[in-house]
Design a protein around this ligand. Structure first.
Ligand SMILES: C[S@@+](CC[C@H](N)C(=O)[O-])C[C@H]1O[C@@H](n2cnc3c(N)ncnc32)[C@H](O)[C@@H]1O
Length: 427
C-alpha cells in the first residue's frame, strides 16, 4: 500500500464500479487503479461489475482516492459524491467541467484514475502542457495535487483558470448576476440592429460603449472578472457556432453560478480532509517551457496532445478568440497541427511533437511518468502514425514505455475513437 495507508480490516470486501462509468475501457482502468494502490483484487463480472478486495487494505484511503468506483465495502466513494454535483445532463460535465463548449476534452474520471495508477501522493505536482479546457488541473486540484497547466490559446487559459477559481468567489456571483444580464441585454439589443451578414463578427467587438465591458471594468476582483469574461466568451461562441439567442446567456449565467456554488461546497468539504492542490495556469508553448518550468521538477505529466491535426482549435474557438482581440492567423502559426496541408501538415505536427517530448523529458523527475492520451486520424487522405511516432521518439530520448492501454470509445459524437493511453517512464 502507499506510505500513508494502514491496513484496517481482515475481511474480503467488494468494490463496485460507479454506475456512471460508461465505457468498456474503464473496466481496465479500474483494475489498474487497484494495482496502482497495491491492492489484491479479483474481478467478478456480475450484473454489476465488482472487484473482490482481499486484506490488507485501507478502506478510508480507497474510498477517498478511487475514480471508477461508486462503493468500496459499505463506503460511498468521495468521487461518486463529487460527480453527482452536476447541473448538466452529460456525466462528464459535473461541477465546473462543463464551462465553455470546448471540443476535444478528455474524461475527468480517466485523469483521476491515472493519479492512482501512478500512485501519486497528495502535494505532488502534475503538469499538463496542453491543458485545453483545464480537465487535468481541476481534477488535480480536487484530488490534492498541485497542477501546472500550459496552453498556447488565451481562451484555454481563461477556461482552465475559472474552472478552479469559480468556487472561491461563488458567494459573490449571485449578487452580480442581474447586472451582468442587464449589461449584456443592452449590447445584444444593439447587436440585433446590425445586418445579418455582419453579425458574426460584429457582436461586442466594438468595445467602445459596450455595456458589458463597462460592467467588467467595474469589477475589482480579478477572479470575478475572469468568471464574467468566460460567460461572455461562452455566449460569443454559442451565438456564432450554435446560433443561440440572448436567452442562452441568461440561462448559462444561472447554471454557471449554480456550478460555482457546487464547487465551493465540494472544496469546503474536501479541505477538511487535506489541502487542495494549488493550480497555476500559463499561456505558453509546450515546445519551449524553459521560462516556466525547471529541469527535473515535475512529478507527472498527464496530457492529451493536440488533436488539432483532426480538430482545428483556432477555428473552433474563433468567436471567443475574436472577442479577446486575438489574431487568428498568428495563433494558428503557434498551434501544433494546424499548419500546412496533407503530408506536410502531418510532418510538421510530428516535428513539433518531438520538441514537446524533449521538454517533457527535461522537466520530469527521474522515475516519473509522462502519460499521453493519443489518437490517430486521417488528414487530407494522409494517415497519422501518432502512436508509433510517439513511442519511437520517446524511447529514443530516454523514456521507457511501461504500459500501453487502448481507450476505445464508441459513439457518434466522438470523431477519434481509436485512442491509446501511453505511460512513459523517465529512467
Ligand atoms: C487535445 S487539447 C487538450 C484538451 C484537454 N485535455 C481538455 O480536457 O480540455 C490540446 C490543446 O493543445 C493546445 N496547443 C496546441 N498547440 C500548442 C502549443 N504549441 N503549446 C501549448 N498548447 C498547444 C490547443 O490549444 C489545445 O487546447
Amino acid at each position: 500500500m502507499l506510505s500513508n495507508s494502514k491496513a484496517q480490516s481482515q475481511n474480503v470486501i467488494l468494490a463496485q464500479l460507479d454506475n456512471k462509468t460508461q465505457f468498456v475501457y474503464e473496466v481496465a482502468f479500474a483494475r489498474r487503479e487497484l494495482d496502482g494502490l497495491k491492492v489484491n483484487a479479483d474481478t467478478k463480472l456480475n450484473d454489476t461489475i465488482e472487484f473482490e478486495i482481499r486484506p490488507p487494505y485501507d478502506i478510508d484511503l480507497l474510498a477517498k482516492r478511487l475514480a471508477h468506483f461508486g462503493k468500496v465495502g459499505d463506503r460511498i466513494t468521495e468521487y461518486s459524491r463529487i460527480v453527482s454535483r452536476n447541473q448538466k445532463r452529460s456525466d462528464n460535465q459535473f461541477l465546473t467541467h462543463w464551462y465553455y463548449p470546448y471540443k476535444g476534452k478528455y474524461h475527468p474520471r480517466l485523469v483521476r484514475s491515472i493519479f492512482n495508477i501512478l500512485g501519486l501522493e497528495y502535494g505532488q505536482t502534475v503538469l499538463d502542457p496542453f491543458v485545453g479546457s483545464g480537465t487535468t488541473s481541476l481534477e488535480a486540484h480536487l484530488f490534492g495535487l498541485n497542477a501546472i497547466g500550459v496552453d498556447i490559446s488565451p481562451v484555454c487559459q481563461i477556461i482552465a483558470r475559472v474552472k478552479v477559481t469559480a468556487g472561491q468567489i461563488a458567494q459573490k456571483l449571485p449578487l452580480l448576476r442581474e447586472k451582468a444580464v442587464d449589461a449584456m441585454k443592452k449590447d445584444f439589443s444593439e447587436y440585433t440592429k446590425i445586418e445579418p451578414t455582419r453579425k458574426a463578427e460584429a457582436f461586442n467587438s466594438e468595445k467602445d460603449g459596450s455595456s458589458y465591458q463597462q460592467f467588467l471594468d467595474s469589477l475589482k476582483d480579478d477572479k470575478v472578472k475572469d468568471f464574467f469574461v468566460l460567460a461572455q466568451l461562452i455566449f460569443a461562441s454559442d451565438l456564432g457556432r450554435r446560433r443561440r439567442d440572448f436567452a442562452s446567456f441568461e440561462k448559462n449565467i444561472q447554471t454557471m453560478i449554480a456550478s460555482a456554488l457546487d464547487l465551493a461546497k465540494t472544496q469546503k468539504e474536501l479541505k477538511t480532509d487535506r489541502p487542495l492542490g494549488e493550480v497555476s495556469i500559463h499561456e505558453g508553448d509546450a515546445r519551449n517551457l524553459k521560462d516556466l518550468i525547471r529541469d527535473d521538477s515535475v512529478d507527472a505529466v498527464i496530457t492529451s496532445p493536440p488533436y488539432s491535426i483532426a480538430l482545428n482549435y483556432v477555428y473552433n474557438d474563433r468567436y471567443a478568440l475574436e472577442e479577446l482581440g486575438i489574431d487568428l492567423a498568428e495563433l494558428g502559426e503557434q498551434c501544433i497541427g494546424v499548419k500546412g496541408k496533407g503530408r506536410q501538415k502531418v510532418d510538421l505536427y510530428d516535428e513539433d511533437m518531438r520538441r514537446c517530448y524533449d521538454e517533457l523529458y527535461r522537466v520530469l523527475r527521474h522515475g516519473s511518468y509522462c502519460v499521453a492520451v493519443i489518437g490517430e486520424a486521417t488528414v487530407d487522405g494522409e494517415h497519422t502514425r501518432n502512436v508509433h511516432n510517439a513511442i519511437e521518439y520517446c524511447e529514443r530520448i530516454g523514456f521507457t514505455l511501461k504500459e500501453d492501454l487502448p481507450k476505445k470509445i464508441f459513439g457518434l459524437y466522438n470523431t477519434i475513437n481509436d485512442e491509446r493511453v501511453l505511460f512513459f517512464e523517465k529512467d
